[in-house]
Design a protein around this ligand. Structure first.
Ligand code: DCP
Ligand code: MG
Ligand code: MN
Length: 351
């Protein structure tokens, strides 16, 4: 009996959170509205984290209702509507709108964002087939996304992420025996399936080099280049995507060498030994957890990034003024400690 009640509360909150996530998706993919996307996601995450069933008679007693939006605001009212009627008319209306359906379809192509989708929509594009018939409209990157569209829609089972990581690790050890590899992203947070394969690589440190910093970044770039070259020669990496901003980061498509395997999105980033803890923290995510941790760092006079934890002041135009070198942190635990935080296990850093 107790178990039934327990499942009931989980189920009720889950269904409510799902509707809010659907709202976030529409705002992200059809409108490119980051602000509303974040607000709905945050509300969904807050509801998922509750230890009781959210209901009309307890919604006002929540300690931290800020995350559910302003009391009386749109999100707040949407939550009340679902709790009252089990439905969310705004979501139903949006999902019944052919324009929104088309925009969501077009943005399901990897690399094709909401503003491009709107332009394509205005020129008559509605479906993935429309795009396939007219691929000159797309960038090289979007064409790769289109070519593997069906595969890239699928989540990647956890076991397959581990398999891909093992393959990359084997090749990495061949390229640089003392280099290290970690599987990060949603995998490290314990997800049962992942959106992509996120790998972090650390080159071995060379002892006693004079200009350690520039040598290290060269080493990182070269290691990544060689690793990607090998993985491409093997046929594991099938496409390179040019979207990555830094030379220490690779984005592409890969495919395991077994019958029936699918094309998957893969991200590989190289961090120096010194930046490892910061890279690990950043690349493990999730992005909302990262954002909240950065906010906390900022409130304590630090700027936290994937490269370090730097003490900063705010200048007259609120710009960051660096006050010194990064705090040295050998582990994630050290970063939490430096910020006066309790360590948060990767599994607790958001789903
Ligand atoms: N990241 C971030 N801000 C971004 C993008 C990424 O902080 N704008 C960080 C946090 C993410 C991590 O990088 O958790 C990996 O990015 P992914 O896009 O691969 O996201 P996840 O691995 O968390 O989820 P998914 O399973 O969808 O890939
Ligand atoms: Mg990922
Ligand atoms: Mn990724």
């Amino acid at each position: 009996e107790a178990l039934v009640i327990d499942q009931g509360f989980q189920e009720g909150n889950r269904l409510l959170a799902e509707k809010l996530v659907d709202m976030a998706e529409v705002y992200k993919r059809a409108y490119g509205d980051e602000w509303r996307t974040r607000a709905y996601r945050q509300a969904a995450n807050a509801i998922r984290g509750l230890s009781f069933r959210l209901a009309l008679d307890n919604i006002d007693n929540l300690k931290d209702i800020k995350q559910l939006g302003r009391k009386g605001g749109t999100i707040w009212e949407h939550i009340r509507e679902v709790l009252t009627t089990g439905r969310l008319r705004k979501l139903e209306e949006m999902l019944a709108d052919p324009r929104i359906v088309a925009l969501q379809t077009l943005t399901s192509v990897w690399g094709l964002g909401p503003s491009t989708a709107q332009q394509l929509y205005d020129r008559g594009f509605r479906t993935v087939e429309d795009l396939s018939r007219d691929p000159e409209q797309l960038t090289a990157q979007q064409r790769v996304g289109l070519a593997h569209h069906a595969d890239l829609q699928e989540r990647i089972p956890r076991a397959e992420v581990a398999q891909a990581a093992a393959l990359v690790c084997t090749v990495l050890k061949r390229v640089s025996p003392r280099a290290m590899l970690r599987t990060v992203g949603s995998f490290r947070r314990g997800a049962v399936d992942c959106g992509d394969i996120d790998l972090l690589v650390v080159p071995p440190t060379e002892a006693g080099v004079a200009d350690a910093n520039s040598q290290e970044s060269d080493a990182a770039e070269n290691l990544l280049k060689e690793l990607v070259r090998e993985l491409t020669a093997l046929g594991f990496i099938t496409d390179h995507l040019s979207g990555s901003q830094s030379k220490a980061s690779f984005m592409g498509i890969c495919k395991l060498p077994c019958v029936g395997s699918r094309h998957r999105h893969i991200d590989i980033k190289v961090y120096s030994q010194e930046a490892l803890a910061f890279g690990l923290l950043h690349f493990t995510g999730n992005d909302y957890f990262n954002r909240s941790m950065r906010r906390l760092a900022a409130s304590k006079g630090f700027s936290l990034s994937e490269h370090g934890l730097v003490p900063v002041n705010r200048g007259p135009k609120r710009q960051k003024v660096r006050l010194g070198a990064s705090v040295k942190c050998a582990s994630e635990e050290d970063i939490f400690k430096a910020l006066g935080m309790e360590f948060v296990d990767p599994a607790q850093r958001g789903i």
